[in-house]
Design a binder for this molecule. Structure first.
Ligand SMILES: [Zn+2]
Ligand SMILES: [Zn+2]
Length: 182
C-alpha cells in the first residue's frame, strides 16, 4: 500500500515488534449514525451510507480533523501529541455512498505509528458538512479549530508520506490507487 514504506532502518528495541502492524489509515464506520444525525434538520435522499468496498468514486475532499496521538512504544519517552491536522479523505460513491479515511501519524521521537484518539465531533462535523455540500445544500462553513498545536511534521504524517496532505504532489489517479487500499 502506498504510504507504507519499508522502514527497516528504524528497528526498535524491546517489545516494539508488533507495533509494526499498526495501520497507516483508519476508518470509523461506527460513527456513521452520528454523522447522519448531524445532517439534521436536513434529510438527504437517499440517505448516505458508509462504503466498505470502494467502487468508482464521484467526489473526493481532503481536509483535517482534530485528534490526539499516543506513542505505543513503551521504551519511548514521548507520551503523545495533539494536532488539528489529522488528514482525512472523504470520498463519495454512487447512491449516496461515502467513505472517510483518516491518516495516521508517527511519533517524531521513535518513528512508531501513533494510536489516534479521534476528536469524534470534529470527524462528524467535517463529514456531515461535506455530505451536505455534495448534496447541493447551502451550508455555512464549519470553522477550523484553532489551537496552539505545533507545526505539521510531514515526515511523520502518513498522508504526507503517501503524497497527500501538505505534500499533495501526486496526480489524482495515482492518489486514488492509494486510497482504494484504505
Ligand atoms: Zn515514540
Ligand atoms: Zn500531513
Amino acid at each position: 500500500m502506498a504510504g507504507k514504506k519499508n522502514r527497516s532502518k528504524g528497528k526498535k528495541k524491546g517489545p516494539a515488534q508488533n507495533l509494526a502492524d499498526l495501520p497507516s489509515q483508519m476508518v470509523y464506520p461506527h460513527l456513521h449514525g452520528r454523522v447522519v444525525e448531524a445532517l439534521l434538520p436536513d434529510v438527504l435522499d437517499p440517505e448516505p451510507w458508509f462504503v466498505h468496498e470502494p467502487g468508482t468514486r464521484e467526489n473526493r475532499k481532503e481536509t483535517f480533523i482534530v485528534g490526539r496521538f499516543s506513542c505505543p512504544n513503551q521504551s519511548c519517552r514521548k507520551a503523545g501529541w495533539t494536532t488539528g491536522k489529522v488528514c482525512i479523505h472523504i470520498t463519495s460513491y454512487a447512491n449516496s455512498g461515502y467513505r472517510a479515511i483518516v491518516w495516521s501519524q508517527r511519533c517524531k521521537l521513535c518513528d512508531t505509528m501513533g494510536i489516534l484518539a479521534l476528536d469524534e465531533q470534529s470527524y462528524i462535523d467535517r463529514v456531515a458538512f461535506r455530505l451536505k455540500k455534495w448534496a447541493g445544500l447551502v451550508v455555512p462553513a464549519v470553522p477550523y479549530v484553532k489551537r496552539g498545536t505545533p507545526p505539521h511534521l510531514s515526515d511523520f504524517c502518513e498522508a504526507c508520506i503517501a503524497g497527500f496532505c501538505e505534500r499533495g504532489v501526486l496526480s489524482l489517479s495515482t492518489s486514488m490507487n492509494a486510497l482504494r487500499l484504505g
